[in-house]
Design a protein around this ligand. Structure first.
Ligand SMILES: Cc1cc2nc3c(=O)[nH]c(=O)nc-3n(C[C@H](O)[C@H](O)[C@H](O)COP(=O)(O)OP(=O)(O)OC[C@H]3O[C@@H](n4cnc5c(N)ncnc54)[C@H](O)[C@@H]3O)c2cc1C
Length: 385
């Protein structure tokens, strides 16, 4: 692992920053507040190859890795244009399909995921199971060559934008006990598939939904990977998810910190810029250090993942997600504090970011579940739950 990014990666950062800069925070906010999606930015990012940078070249992607995809999302976030669906469609679903899909499934989905013309959401969370995936109750049974899937999901992002949702469930034979997952691609226009938007206290172009699957009939090839032991498939998607959640958080952190520092250099109430007061400068410096540490762990996780070390990447991805969420929250909070009253004025666009940054402490995996993982697997402590 080199601590100096290659010229290709530096150039990719610059190209993404350039595109994102032409949209910027105002575009994102106006769309989100109007209940609209970032369609134009998504389309342009897809056309430029940014959304599919990790998808294999033979299926229309850039043939690079999660490192590059996370870099894209970080730069978008740093310009005030974070796009949550990048975590889901190319990172989770794109990775699972690229690694475990059949050639037909890859041909059908990957080119569209790569250029952004097709979106796949991801549904694992259930109302009664929550963080305990072993309690997942969504079940698929065989009916001739077809699958018939029923269950409920909650907080599923971007279903209104998606062509399908990759649903994590279990087969009828594996209805109870330790999760032996099955993954089905469920079209969002399938009969028996219903979505209801959840009102969230987030200003975001990406919405969350509750899903009801009532005997949804699916063809045999809706199943991705093995029908009763798709744990490897699931984990193939979860590490990229955590790395991308880190990228989302660090991007937002960078955006907030830039705004905080710009304000601290400009605002003067005692005859000098407020940034000259250590009470303002030190917390900003501390936030910067914590953000850089989180970025480093994210880059380590992405490097390990792209090198094929799933186990090593798992530990680093969990730690990166933890650190990035905490650093991002600190950056946003300190940017708000630096702005004084303006920190809460809509014109400055920071107040609402606290809720967005705060979300990374909960999703896609909560701070407590990361701490459980580290306690058990990194420190060898007894399992606590
Ligand atoms: C904006 C947003 C977008 C999301 N998008 C998606 C999506 O696209 N797809 C999807 O599948 N899900 C999505 N989620 C769901 C998200 O992954 C879950 O909310 C998260 O995993 C936590 O699950 P829960 O809400 O059921 O909390 P619970 O499991 O009910 O946990 C509640 C609290 O208890 C703590 N807790 C639970 N168990 C333990 C334990 N053993 N030890 C210590 N503490 C514990 C948790 O850390 C948490 O603080 C999204 C959520 C949000 C907020």
């Amino acid at each position: 692992m080199s601590f100096v990014e290659t010229q290709e990666r530096v150039a990719l950062r610059a190209a993404v920053a350039d595109l994102a800069g032409s949209y910027g925070w105002t575009y994102t906010q106006e769309k989100a507040r109007a209940g609209l999606h970032l369609d134009e930015l998504w389309r342009d990012a897809g056309k430029a190859g940014f959304l599919g940078v990790n998808i294999p070249e033979e299926y229309g992607g850039g043939g690079a890795g999660i490192y590059e995809l996370s870099l894209v999302l970080e730069e978008l976030g740093a310009a005030g244009c974070a796009m949550l669906m990048m975590v889901v469609s190319p990172a989770i679903c794109g990775t699972i399909l690229a690694r475990y899909g059949t050639d037909d499934q890859k041909k059908a989905w990957l080119p569209g995921i790569a250029d952004g013309s097709r979106i796949m959401a991801f549904g694992i969370t259930e109302p009664d199971a929550g963080s305990n995936s072993h309690k997942i109750q969504t079940v698929g049974r065989k009916d001739g060559a077809e699958w018939v899937v029923s269950g409920r999901k909650v907080f599923i992002s971007g279903v209104d934008q998606a062509d399908a949702v990759l649903i994590v469930g279990r087969t009828e034979d594996q209805k109870t006990g330790k999760l032996r997952p099955a993954l089905w691609m469920v079209p969002t226009d399938a009969r028996g598939f219903e979505k209801t938007q959840i009102q969230m206290d987030l200003v975001s172009a990406d919405k969350q939904f509750q899903l009801f699957l009532d005997d949804v009939h699916l063809p045999a090839d809706a199943l991705v990977g093995q029908e009763d032991a798709a744990l490897a498939q699931l984990f193939a998607g979860l590490n990229p998810e955590r790395i991308m959640a880190s990228a989302l958080a660090t991007g937002i952190g960078r955006y907030a910190l830039d705004k905080g520092c710009a304000y601290a250099k400009d605002r003067a109430v005692w005859g000098q810029p407020i940034g000259a007061h250590q009470g303002v400068a030190h917390p900003l410096a501390q936030a910067k250090i914590e953000l850089e540490l989180a970025r480093l762990m994210m880059q380590k996780a992405a490097t390990l993942y792209d090198a094929g070390d799933d186990m090593g990447a798992g530990e680093a991805a969990n730690m990166a997600k933890y650190a990035a969420a905490e650093a991002s929250i600190r950056c946003v909070d300190q940017a708000i504090q630096t702005h004084g009253g303006n920190g809460m004025a809509s014109e400055y666009g920071l107040g609402h970011l606290l809720a967005v940054a705060r979300t990374a402490r909960i999703a896609p995996v909560s701070r407590e579940m990361v701490l459980n993982f580290v306690a058990q697997f990194s420190l060898g402590l007894p399992k606590s739950y």
